[in-house]
Design a protein around this ligand. Sequence first.
Ligand SMILES: [Zn+2]
Length: 120
Amino acid sequence: MPISFSCPRCGKELKGPDHAVGQSSKGPECGTTVTCPEPMAKQARRRGPEAEDLSTGDLIVAVLCSGIGCIAGIVWMIQGKPKGMKMVGLSVVMVVPQMVFWYLVNMMTWHIQHPHGGGF
Ligand SMILES: [Zn+2]
């Protein structure tokens, strides 16, 4: 869905693709640098905040269990919910600290269970 906004300098109505949000480009008329705003955010919120933004619960799922978060994100993407992409991205990012965390947990539990386990 293209985004309509007006040039702050000459007032000409401009349109940008929705992936251009936050990106700056030169206005075609006056050459001033315009940044594509996010006018769809309010409309999306009226349409349903569920589809647009990640809730606290979604974030917890993504952080604590990125496998489930990733699957949920893919399901949402199939359903056409914009938050699906965010969920997948967050889950992928969170995989690394989780692997480190579980590695450390395994190390600690191994040492507790094998206090004389040697030089591992
Ligand atoms: Zn302009």
